[in-house]
Design a protein around this ligand. Structure first.
Ligand SMILES: [Ca+2]
Ligand SMILES: [Ca+2]
Ligand SMILES: [Ca+2]
Length: 258
């Protein structure tokens, strides 16, 4: 009877949690960049556009230790082939059981000389400053297949861009040819950002091994059939072994659904 009590409590807590907690529970999200425009001013002057990029997965972490584990490292490689990750820290603007608004923002001072190549622009530049802000509205949707086929589990949260350029932009300060003086300085303003994302779902960490919308006997059987092996798909805590710890994770969360 005691076990049943734990099972019921877990099932209720997932369904009624605030959206921010639900997004955090997923551990990561799929980010789709659909394009943007950018304006370069200073030592060079022109305007161009970024094309859409393939979907990539962004892991959540609490990088600034403020208790909100929704911070991300935005990889610049997909955008301009720049080997640098910019930390964007999450701020919760609003939160409820059905909808939340989250802002990711951060500043980075890499001081690295890189060869950038992108749609319409190619040069070596010294990047001195990167600033970014993304604002998204997170909405609860029916638990369903990940539309971007990236996370390896079903999702139940979609994230759409919230607000205009002030809430969604990227700024880069750099020097052409990696020579730092006033004659080589350029500023890059990225605007009209178009993006969308999806996340949430029930993660493997809480015992949803098959990636569907419930922790149930299918997950339990998967642990039992792989018990004693090192099957990564059945390893809830990622310690390389399928053992009683994983079995307990499934049992404690048994009945959790979205
Ligand atoms: Ca944080
Ligand atoms: Ca399942
Ligand atoms: Ca394990």
């Amino acid at each position: 009877m005691r076990a049943m009590g734990i099972v019921c409590a877990a099932a209720v807590s997932v369904g009624s949690a605030q959206i921010v907690q639900q997004l955090q529970n997923g551990g990561d999200f799929a980010f789709k960049f659909n394009g943007a425009d950018y304006r370069i001013t200073g030592a060079a002057n022109f305007e161009e556009s970024f094309n859409p990029r393939p979907v990539f997965k962004l892991e959540f972490a609490d990088l600034n230790n403020d208790g909100v584990a929704l911070d991300i490292l935005l990889d610049l490689r997909p955008f301009a082939n720049i080997d640098r990750q910019v930390p964007l820290f999450a701020t919760v603007i609003s939160d409820s059981p059905n909808e939340a608004v989250i802002r990711w923002s951060g500043t980075d001072n890499p001081n690295i000389c890189v060869e950038v190549s992108d749609d319409g622009f190619s040069a070596s530049i010294l990047i001195t400053e990167v600033r970014g802000v993304l604002t998204g509205r997170v909405r609860r949707v029916a638990c369903q297949a990940d539309p971007y086929n990236t996370l390896g589990r079903n999702i139940h949260l979609e994230i759409v861009k919230e607000g205009g350029d002030p809430q969604n932009n990227l700024y880069v300060k750099a020097n052409l040819f990696c020579v730092q003086n006033q004659f080589t300085e350029i500023e890059v303003n990225v605007f009209n950002l178009r993006w969308a994302a999806s996340g949430g779902g029930l993660s493997k960490r809480i015992g949803n091994l098959n990636g569907d919308c419930v922790v149930d006997d299918a997950d339990l059987l998967q642990v039992l059939f792989n018990f004693g092996s090192n099957d990564a798909a059945s390893d809830t805590n990622g310690d390389g072994a399928v053992d009683d710890a994983d079995l307990l994770v499934v049992l404690f969360n048994f009945g959790s659904t979205l």
